[in-house]
Design a binder for this molecule. Structure first.
Ligand code: B3K
Ligand code: ZN
Length: 855
C-alpha cells in the first residue's frame, strides 16, 4: 500500500464555488448527480485534474455540457478540463445496502445515513475529497414519503414537498448549507424517524430549532441528550464566546456506526449508544459519556468546522482542541478533580500503552497508509493534554485571548498546527519552538525527581528523558510544565501551586526560606502527560494521601500506595500493605469528601496497567500472578474496611426519582464500590437484594456485576435477558458482562459461546465490540496461558475484515502489547498476527495496523 507523507502536501489546484448534489434514493441503486463549478487556482501549479472516487458506478460525466470519458487511475479519475472556469456534471450509481464498511452512504435498519470522515465522500461521488477544498453545498433528496418519511442534510432546510398522506408520490427535500465546508462534513440521513424537538436562543437573539431524530420507539430516550446539547450551546457562548450559526441543529441516532459520533455541519450523526439515554436503560457512566460526546460534537462546530484542517496530518488541530474543550465542559458541569482523575485514568489506560509500544506516533503524525488508523488516543487525548499544557504555561487569560485571535484570524480556513502555534506566539509573545516538539516527538517522557535540603533552602532536581520510539531514537528535551506545591511536616501548605518550566535535560529549582524541610507535592493536577519517577517511601505517600491540598495528587498518592502494594505482592506474594489500607480507610470515612472522589479512591490499578509497569521495570508480567494479587488486594480491602463499608453503602443510597446529575451519580458510585467489596464476604446477599429492588440500570447492572463476581447470578442473568431482549443497547451490556466477569480460564469459551447466540451480529460494531472488546480487555482472560483468546479474536478479526475494515483494524490494537509477555505468549500472539497478515485481500486498514504491531 501507498504511504502518504506530510511533507508532500500540495494544494488541489482548483477552487470550487458551489456544489449541487441530487440523490435519488434506492437501497441498492442510489443515483447521485453532482453539479460543481470549478475554477483554476492560478497561484498554484496545475497537475492533472484528479478527483477521488471509490466503488462508484460511472454513468456519465459532462464538462461544460459535453460528455467526456474519464481515465480511471488509482483511487479515482483524471479528466481533461479547460484552464478556465468550467461546469462539472457527473452521475454515478452506488449501493447503500451492500455497504457493510459503514463509510460513505449506507443503510442501518432501513435508514439511509452517511459517514464521510475521513475519506468516505469519495464513495458517494467523484470529488476532491480532501479537507482543504471547501465549498457551499446544496443538496436535493428525491424519494417517496413511504420509503423515507424524513430526509435531512447539512445546513438549513430550504424546501420539502414531502406529504405524509401522499405516501407513494415522489417527494423532494432540499437543504442548503451557507457555510463552506470540506466534503468530510457532508451528511445525509433519510428514513422513518421521529424528532424530539426543542429551541435555543443564541446570545445574539437568534432562534435555533433543535431536534434529536430517532427510530420510533426510542423517542423517550432523547430528553437527556437535548439538555446536554442546550448546556453545550450555552457553555460555548459563555466560555469561548462562540455562537451557533444555522437555523437548525439536528442530531440523528444510528445503530450501526463505527465510532462514537460525527460532527457533520448542522447534522451530527451519533452512534445510538452515545445519545439515547433513560434511567432504566443507561448507567450513570453512560449518561456522563453521552453528555461529553454531545458537547464534543457540538464544539466541533467552531473547532473543526468553521476552522478545519488543511490535511489529515493536522487532525489534532481539531480533535486535541475539541477534546480539551469537552473536558473543560465536563469539569464545569460536574466535579473538576473527579473529571481530571477520569481523564488521567483514560490517558494511562489507552494512550500510554500506545505511546510505549509499536504503534507509537506523534500527536501530529508524519506519514500514514490509512488515515482512519490515526484516530487514536495519542491524537485525541495526548492532543488535549498538549493544549492543557499550553494553557498552564501561558495562563488562563492569555489562553482566552489567543483563542479569540485564533477564531478571528482563521475562521473559514483549513489550518495547520503552525497556524495554531503562530497565534499563540503572536498573542503572548512567547517563543514556542521548543514546545512544538510535543507535536513531533512521540513517546512518554519520564521526569525523575531528586530532593535536597540545606541552609533553609529546599531544592528539586528534575531531569527528563524519553525512550526511543519506532523510527525515532534520539529525543530532544521538551517543555514540561511541572506544577509543584510544598507542605510542612504538619501537613499545612507552605507554598501554593507554582508552575516550574522544565526545558533542559536536567534542571534544579530552589525554594529558599524554609526553616523546616518541606514535603513537595509534584506534578499537581497531572500538569503534563509524563511518567513521574520519584523514589519516596510509603510513609511519605501516606502523609500526602492524608494531607495534600491538591485533590489529584491526593488521589495519586493513594494510587501509588496501591501500586506499590500490588507490585510487592506480585513479586513476593507478600500481603497487601497496611499503610495503604489504613490511609484509604481514613479517606473513606471523611464525609467532607465528595462521594464520587471517594469512589475513585476505592479503585486500584488495572491488571493491564500493572503488566505495563512490570514491563517498564524490566520484568515479564505474569497475567495469572497479576490477577491473583489484584484479587487479594480486593479481599484485603474488604476485610480491612469491614467496619466502614456497610455505612458507606447505607449512607449513599439515593432516595427519590432518579437523577443522572453528578451528586447522586457519585453517591451511587461510592455505594456500589462498597457493595462490590461487601459482596466478597456475603456470597452476594446484599447484591441480590439490590438487584431485586433496582429501578434504574446503574443499580441493576452494579448488582448483577457483584453477583457474577461472587460466582452467583445465573438466575438474574437469565431474567435480565428476558427483561431487555427488546433493547439493543442494554443487550450489549448483557453480552459484555458475562465476559468481563468470567474466570480467566473461561473467558475465551464464554466469548465463543456468546458468538453462537442468535443475537450476536458481527455486522453491528456495537455488538462486535461488546463481545470481542470485552474479551480483549479481560487481561487475565485474554492472556490466559492456553492462547485460546488470541486465536478466537484473530478468527473474528479475519471474518470481519472483508465486511468492516475500520472496526477490524481498530480492534487489532488488543495485540499491541505483545512484546511485554513471555516467549511462549509472544509466540502464540505472533502466530495469530501472521495468520491475519497472510489473509488474501486483507484490507489496507488491517494490513497497516498488524504490520506496525508485528514490527
Ligand atoms: N470526527 C469524528 C471521528 C471520525 C472518525 C473517522 N474514522 C468524531 C469526533 O472526533 O468527534
Ligand atoms: Zn472529535
Amino acid at each position: 500500500a501507498q504511504t502518504i507523507y506530510l511533507e508532500d502536501y500540495k494544494p488541489f489546484g482548483w477552487i470550487i464555488d458551489d456544489v449541487h448534489l441530487t440523490f435519488r434514493l434506492h437501497p441498492t441503486a442510489t443515483r447521485v448527480i453532482s453539479r460543481i463549478r470549478f475554477r483554476p487556482d492560478y497561484d498554484v501549479h496545475h497537475r492533472p485534474f484528479f478527483l477521488h472516487g471509490e466503488g462508484l458506478k460511472h454513468i456519465s460525466i459532462k464538462v461544460d455540457g459535453h460528455e467526456v470519458e474519464p481515465t480511471h487511475v488509482d483511487g479515482g479519475i483524471e479528466v481533461d478540463v479547460p484552464e478556465a472556469p468550467f461546469n462539472w456534471e457527473a452521475e454515478v450509481e452506488i449501493n447503500p445496502e451492500a455497504n457493510t464498511a459503514l463509510e460513505g452512504l449506507y443503510m442501518s435498519n432501513g435508514m439511509y445515513c452517511t459517514q464521510c470522515e475521513a475519506e468516505g465522500f469519495r464513495k458517494i461521488t467523484w470529488y476532491p475529497d480532501r479537507p482543504d477544498v471547501m465549498a457551499q453545498f446544496t443538496v436535493r433528496i428525491e424519494s417517496t414519503a413511504s420509503h423515507t418519511p424524513v430526509m435531512l442534510s447539512n445546513g438549513n432546510g430550504l424546501y420539502t414537498s414531502t406529504d405524509q398522506t401522499q405516501k407513494d408520490t415522489p417527494s423532494v427535500t432540499i437543504y442548503q448549507d451557507p457555510w463552506p465546508k470540506p466534503a468530510y462534513l457532508f451528511a445525509l440521513v433519510a428514513g422513518d424517524l421521529i424528532a424530539h424537538e426543542d429551541k435555543f436562543t443564541t446570545m445574539s437573539g437568534k432562534e435555533v430549532n433543535l431536534a434529536i431524530w430517532v427510530r420510533p420507539g426510542d423517542e423517550d430516550k432523547c430528553a437527556f441528550g437535548m439538555e446536554a446539547l442546550k448546556k453545550s450551546m450555552t457553555w460555548d457562548e459563555e466560555v469561548y464566546g462562540r455562537e451557533y450559526d444555522l437555523d437548525e441543529f439536528n442530531i440523528v441516532a444510528v445503530d450501526d456506526f463505527n465510532m462514537g459520533a460525527m460532527e457533520n455541519k448542522g447534522l451530527n450523526v451519533f452512534n445510538s449508544s452515545c445519545v439515547l439515554a433513560s434511567p432504566e436503560t443507561s448507567t450513570d457512566a453512560n449518561f456522563e459519556r453521552i453528555e461529553a460526546i454531545i458537547a464534543h460534537e457540538y464544539f466541533h462546530n467552531w473547532t473543526g468546522n468553521r476552522i478545519t484542517c488543511r490535511d489529515w496530518f493536522q487532525l489534532c488541530l481539531k480533535e486535541g482542541l475539541t477534546v480539551y474543550r469537552d473536558q473543560q465542559f465536563t469539569a464545569d458541569m460536574r466535579s473538576e478533580p473527579v473529571a481530571r482523575i477520569a481523564n488521567v485514568l483514560a490517558l494511562r489506560g489507552r494512550q500510554f500503552p500506545e505511546d510505549q509500544g509499536p504503534l507509537s506516533h506523534p500527536v501530529r503524525p508524519e506519514s500514514f497508509q490509512e488515515i482512519n488508523n490515526f484516530y487514536t488516543a495519542t491524537v485525541y487525548e495526548k492532543g488535549a493534554e498538549v493544549i492543557g499544557m499550553l494553557r498552564t504555561l501561558v495562563g488562563a487569560d492569555e489562553y482566552s485571548k489567543a483563542l479569540d485571535l485564533y477564531f478571528d484570524r482563521h475562521d473559514g480556513d483549513a489550518a495547520t498546527i503552525e497556524d495554531w502555534l503562530q497565534v499563540f506566539e503572536d498573542s503572548t509573545g512567547r517563543d514556542l519552538t521548543q514546545f512544538k516538539r510535543w507535536y513531533s516527538q512521540p513517546g512518554t517522557p519520564r521526569v525523575t525527581v531528586r530532593e535536597d535540603y540545606a541552609d533553609d533552602t529546599f531544592t528539586l532536581h528534575l531531569s527528563q528523558s524519553t525512550a526511543p520510539t519506532p523510527g525515532q531514537d534520539d529525543k530532544a528535551p521538551q517543555v514540561i510544565p511541572v506544577n509543584v506545591g510544598l507542605l510542612n511536616p504538619n501537613g499545612d501548605e507552605v507554598m501554593p501551586t507554582q508552575t516550574l518550566e522544565l526545558t533542559e535535560t536536567e534542571q534544579s529549582f530552589a525554594f529558599p526560606g524554609h526553616a523546616t524541610r518541606p514535603v513537595p507535592s509534584i506534578l499537581r493536577g497531572f500538569s503534563a502527560p509524563v511518567i513521574l519517577d520519584h523514589d519516596i517511601d510509603n510513609a511519605r505517600r501516606a502523609f500526602l494521601l492524608a494531607h495534600d491540598t491538591d485533590p489529584f495528587n491526593r488521589w495519586e498518592s493513594g494510587r501509588m500506595l496501591a501500586r506499590g502494594s500490588l507490585m510487592n505482592s506480585i513479586a513476593t506474594g507478600a500481603a497487601p500493605d497496611l499503610a495503604y489500607l489504613n490511609g484509604l480507610g481514613a479517606v473513606l470515612r471523611d464525609d467532607t469528601l465528595d462521594p464520587a472522589y471517594r469512589a475513585l479512591m476505592l479503585g486500584q490499578p488495572s491488571q493491564t496497567e500493572l503488566a505495563g509497569l512490570l514491563h517498564d521495570t524490566g520484568d515479564t508480567p505474569d497475567p495469572e500472578a497479576i490477577h491473583i494479587a489484584s484479587e487479594a488486594l480486593r479481599d484485603a480491602k474488604a476485610a480491612a474496611l469491614a467496619d466502614v463499608l456497610p455505612d458507606l453503602y447505607q449512607a449513599n443510597q439515593v432516595k427519590g426519582a432518579f437523577s443522572p446529575e453528578a451528586g447522586p451519580a457519585g453517591q451511587r458510585a461510592l455505594a456500589n464500590a462498597a457493595l462490590s467489596l461487601l459482596s466478597r464476604s456475603d456470597a452476594g446477599k446484599q447484591a441480590a437484594a439490590q438487584y431485586q429492588q433496582a429501578d434504574n440500570m446503574t443499580q441493576q447492572l452494579a448488582a448483577l456485576s457483584c453477583l457474577l463476581d461472587a460466582g452467583q447470578g445465573a438466575a438474574q442473568l437469565a431474567s435480565f435477558q428476558v427483561q431487555w431482549a427488546h433493547d439493543r443497547l442494554v443487550m450489549d451490556k448483557w453480552f459484555s458482562l458475562q465476559i468481563i466477569h468470567a474466570n480467566p480460564q473461561d473467558a475465551a469459551t464464554t466469548t465463543a459461546r456468546l458468538t453462537e447466540h442468535k443475537d450476536f451480529d458481527m455486522k453491528n460494531p456495537n455488538r462486535f465490540r461488546a463481545v470481542m472488546g470485552a474479551l480483549s480487555m479481560h487481561h487475565a482472560g485474554f492472556h490466559y496461558r492456553d492462547g485460546a483468546a488470541y486465536a478466537l479474536l484473530a478468527d473474528w478479526l479475519i471474518r470481519l475484515d472483508p465486511l468492516n475494515p475500520q472496526t477490524t483494524a481498530r480492534m487489532c490494537s488488543a495485540f499491541q502489547t505483545w512484546k511485554r509477555y513471555d516467549p511462549a505468549r509472544q509466540e502464540k500472539i505472533t502466530t495469530q498476527l501472521d495468520r491475519i497478515l497472510s489473509q488474501p485481500n486483507l484490507s489496507r486498514d488491517t494490513t497497516e495496523m498488524v504490520s506496525r504491531i508485528r514490527d
